[in-house]
Ligand binder design. Structure first.
Ligand code: HEC
Ligand code: HEC
Length: 237
């Protein structure tokens, strides 16, 4: 490791083999810890204070635990797939997904920062408060439950759970969880696709669905997902 040797030589006064040994060990630990420290500090600092270049502190809107803020319609990030989270940050930055709250922040983050934040939030544990939703469970034959679990084939709407997993727990990097998100947030996204302010779904599956759902359907299906218990374990495809 020539780099390590050079930096150690610079730091180490050349005395006896003993002090040299201690110097080397201390230096090795210092150098080895640097990237870890730098990485952990940057990500945490951005979530609590922003990056000093225009990105706002994430926790102000997504909560200290990444659980989101239901009433404000700010989504939970904790426990979501890292690739999905990074794609959303990239999409805000490119404008494929528009939001007055997120776009300036996403643009002010470097690619490395976006990736580090996505990994950070994907590893955040899900707060116990989110695991048991306060919203009452709609009846199994309600409009929302039927749309979510059976779909509406005369309008070519497949059951939401076919892509989003049983109970909306999410599947892999492409299909985000809906359980653990607030009804306010789910409704807002369905409306955003309908309006075209979110057009980042590669196969335009969500655009089609949203365009045929009525306002009443949107509210009913959002209420159903918001009432689903959230299992920490992601469903496997
Ligand atoms: C001023 C409030 C605010 C701040 C600060 C903020 N966010 Fe957001 N974030 C939002 C809102 C609101 C949305 C939903 C936007 C929409 O689509 O309408 C969102 C959406 C997201 C999403 C998409 C989630 C999903 O399920 O698709 C990601 C990822 C995200 N934010 C990451 C971050 C990160 C990382 C930071 C810090 C660097 C941050 N946000 C700072 C308000 C904020
Ligand atoms: C054929 C697959 C498919 C079906 C069926 C489907 N979705 Fe989606 N949905 C997706 C994909 C893919 C995304 C993520 C798009 C992206 O990359 O941003 C998504 C994203 C979403 C989001 C945004 C989540 C977030 O964190 O921002 C919501 C809300 C949503 N879907 C609701 C629904 C509802 C409600 C139904 C049923 C009426 C449904 N979806 C059916 C594929 C599907």
């Amino acid at each position: 490791m020539p780099r390590l040797d050079r930096s150690c030589a610079a730091l180490r006064p050349d005395r006896s083999w003993r002090t040299r040994g201690i110097g080397f060990t201390a230096c090795f630990l210092w150098v080895a810890a640097l990237p870890l420290l730098a990485c952990a500090t940057d990500t945490l600092t951005i979530t609590t204070q922003g990056n000093g270049k225009g990105a706002a502190p994430c926790m102000a809107c997504h909560g200290a635990d990444g659980g989101g803020m239901a009433t404000a319609g700010n989504p939970r990030l904790a426990g979501l797939n890292a690739t999905y989270l990074q794609k959303q940050l990239d999409d805000f930055a490119s404008g494929a997904r528009t939001s007055p709250m997120m776009q300036a922040t996403a643009r002010a983050l470097s690619e490395d920062e976006r990736q580090a934040l996505a990994i950070y939030y994907s590893k955040q544990p899900i707060a116990p408060a989110l695991a048991k939703p306060a919203a009452p469970m709609p009846a199994a034959d309600s409009v929302g439950a039927v749309l979510a679990t059976r779909g509406r084939w005369d309008q070519q709407v497949p059951a939401c759970v076919q892509c989003h997993g049983p109970g909306g727990v999410g599947v892999g990097e492409h299909f985000p969880p809906l359980a653990g998100q607030s009804a306010t947030y789910i409704e807002a996204q369905l409306r955003a696709w309908r309006l075209g302010t979110r057009h980042n779904d590669p196969l335009q599956l969500m655009q089609h669905l949203s365009s045929v759902l009525s306002e009443q359907d949107i509210r009913a299906v959002a209420a159903w997902f918001a009432a689903q218990p959230l299992t920490a374990k992601e469903a496997r495809p």
